[in-house]
Design a protein around this ligand. Sequence first.
Ligand SMILES: [Zn+2]
Length: 1127
Amino acid sequence: MHHYSKRSNFTWNGTLKELGNYSCSERVRPSMAAPGSSSGLEVLLSTLQNAGDIESTLNILNVLDELLSAGTDRRITYMISKGGSEALLSALVTTARSFSPNFTILLPLLHLLAKVGHRDRRIGMKAEKAEAVLPTLTLLKQNVKHARRTAACLWVLQVFCSSVTTATLLGQNRGLDVIFRLIPPHTTRHKRTVKAAIDALAALLCSKANVRAAVANGYVSALLKLYEDWHNKDPNNETIPIRLALLHCLHQTTHCSAGRDALVAQGGISLLYHTTQTCLASKGLESLVDPAVQLMRKCYPKCPLPLTSDQSVYTFPLPGRPADTAPGPQDVSVEDDSDDDIGNEEADCGKEYDDDLESDVNKLRSRPEPDRPLEQLGQYVRLCPELHHDFQDLDSDSEVDSSSDEEGLLNEDFRTDGRSRVNLRDSPSHSPLEHPVSTVEGDQDGKGEPPENHLQACDFHSHFLSSSSVKQDSHPSMVDRLLEKHGACIPHHDPRMYTAAAALTKSIPEYSILAFPDFWGHLPPQSKEPMAGRKPNVQRKKVFEDVQRLLNPEDIIDEVVFDLEDPSSQGSPDHSDSLSFFSKFECGNLRKAVHVRSHEYDLILNADANCSQHHQWFYFEVSGMAANVPYRFNIINCEKANSQFNYGMQPVLYSVREALEGRPNWVRTGTEVCYYRNSFCPSRGQKSTSFYTLTFTVTFKHNEDVCYLAYHYPYTYSALQSHLQVLQQSVDPRKLFFRQQSLCNTLAGNPCPLVTITACPSSKSWKDLHQLRNRPCVVLTARVHPGESNASWVMKGTLEFLCSSDPVAETLREAYIFKIIPMLNPDGVINGTHRCSLNGEDLNRQWMKPDPVLSPTIYHAKGFLYYLNSIGRTPLVFCDYHGHSRKKNVFLYGCSVKETVWQSGSAVNTATLKEDPGYRTIPKTLDRIAPAFSFNSCNYLVEKSREATARVVVWREMGVLRSYTMESTYNGCDQGVFKGMQTGTGELEEMGVKFCQSLLSLRRNTMLYNRRVISQPTLINLDDNLLDHKSRNCFEDDEPPCAEEIEYLNDSFPEPNRNYLDSEVNGNTSNTSEEEEDDEEEHQITGKSRRRSMKSRLYPHLIGQETLNIKRSPCNGMNISNGQYLS
Ligand SMILES: [Zn+2]
């Protein structure tokens, strides 16, 4: 940018070394030419320190300046490496020490030191070592009446402050005070020097001691006044850099809590808010807005969440622990988002190797001893009924054999209900449903049962949908009438069956109420839903709205309209002007709702049961709305540092009214969706812990509708139970072996289903039975993380496909025995937790040594896998379905020794490692056949922090080569035909289908591969190499940085541009008039004056000493004692 580079008389082509020689011989006395092997530069530097006379020193300074100005930073870096900083510092100390320092030399010396020091990260330490720090401060003190000298000293002090100890040293020697007094209220004079003073002050404030001193001396208040003054008196926006620099100082002083408190106490928030509003109107002031907004966010007073406790409302007495003992202190670190994702993306970026990767080949290859004795595995024989079934009934016409004593209670219930097949249209109305039980809490409005002909959405507030299993008289319930009138046509869903299943579901709060969407069912909407476009500066707009809470307290309603802990507040329609909320139903999660302003609500999520964290999943009912009015919802206790909500993702909404009109759809909804750090902190916990706000605005379509909002498409445990029931009744038992059993009971006593699906043998001949019993096993699991409801929809797709008459499904059933555990964490799902089970633990971290009592589903799932191993039926494929909240697309994580060792940077030669590359077949196939799938997002690395996950344990301990985690995004895809679209349940279910289809290719490839191995074992590695180029470590966040700063605490003040300081310094040099020129004018400097200014730099002794005409002007009545020297 600066104009020196265009000068033709300094266009050198050689190296810096040559340049030094050249300039040396050309401009410096011949006697000073390089002796021996020293480069010209070194000679120059050495001469600089020893030169006795002014003229040669000036010449050297000029040559150095020209040299360094002409090129890129590489030259300065070279000079620094050759001791340039030390030479300049030494010259400075020598000159400054003299009785009457000669500014003819000092000025160019200081200028050069500022430019070089700005690029030398160790300049502060070097200055201290050379004892140049305090002499420079003294020079400043002695020359405060000379604007140019002052500026030069200030720049040098500023660069010295790159070292905190140097800054502290300056502070201890009155440096803060000296510099602070140089900052005047608005003035048109000496703006360059004023700016230098503000920059130097900001630099000094890198030291905590200085910040404390500054706050104690009232600088915050004074800086605010200065900022206001410069803002008010700058109608033409000519001093933006100065205003920006003042904001920088304010940022620095608010690094301590006393500074933030002072800013708030001095009305800083209001001042910043109002000045920023006027900045918004002017395009040129954009650069001021963000720093001001970040400053407001940073200083906004911390506010504890309005909760009685940070612990979950739901507690569950754990076996072996006293019931009244509160759970131990929770791990304060926030769990990372999904089992195979690296928690802290920033921290891992740029690292050459990931420390988390297992680099020990022996450990990677070793197979640990089983965690239990073999004798205990006998109990799992029952879970392989297909191996022992004699299929004697194959030729008869009887129904599916359901005599097994492992059949769930549900079967019995449904059979006694007289319905062996689901047919909603024909189903009689003598269902177990009943109408509202008046004793159900919350049914307080006395409306009772609405007249039959006036059924409206508001009549289907969840309170009317009871799952209570108490049988009532034959009086037809409202639900029956509803079903008769509107019919239900969701495939594989039966509302009555759902209600019956829900009645058996055991929950901590003992739910008696159904959410309408779960009861009624969901169909994917007709059209695909694009990701939401993000309006520019939406976060800024939201922050302004948040700040207004502080500025306009009269607008605040602050009324609790829902509180999970206070039944009197639940869903009561007393708040006539307010929305009603409710969440006490399966998978529901909303702890508290506060009506903040007329159309704005703060929502607080419940922590995972027996725990105080993992707030992410939400699902609640909202009613009592007016149509076409935007309501702003803020979920204020989110924990993750970033979210796909900043990248086009929206929450989902289900409208009862729409469902009754034939559109029973969960749809993506919300405008101005934004996720950012807020000023709330835990109610009891550490103030330093902070939360994030997910905000979105919903404009409801209908008046007085009943709607449901959720993080993602809900899928309850009761939905799974009724779905399995529907599936079982839909298959032909003569062709398809479908068996639902209970793996075990959960802590809360809910059966954890295990489903076996395979083809029945074509006859009961020994040969056909033998074929069946030798089919390889495929083990699929899902929903270990309750908040990952997408995994359940993928699993739904898998289950329905495997039970379908699709020819590929038939082939798969003939090829494999599928063992499916569709919900590894039923208790978590039921109770609306996000991450954990009832013991407050992440079940996907328990696989190494699962506790039989506290983690029964994992203990028995692992036991079952041990059993399969023990009978020689190690699964061919294991896959655990998950959801991923920070990435797009669907992808797999697998396990590979070679790739892990290679990526870990281990010294082991990976070429000598032999590994079956078969783990890549499924992802490769999925990349071809599944549009949502992204091969490039897959990886096969074994991380130490993931060694207790299902994927790694099943791979290492069971020896399953193809052991995967399948991650499905909550958001959408950024590639393929779904690019730019948010995923719906349709796409998720399709993914479950595609995963099954990919297993076909595996079978082919396995056979082919086996033949190859026999003839040519070396092909293993060849194949591997062919694929390696596509491998990509996808640990880095796949999103670009968010357009707006989500984390204001990472001090986001823009780094000053290096060139800026250069041009300021150069301006100080070239300007000969006593009044400085404006930046604008400087840019328009004519060729003639440029030549003149160049000359002045080359031969400054020809130019007269600057004469400053210091005038004093009153401070315009402002109480600012600053700028007393320069204004
Ligand atoms: Zn997960």
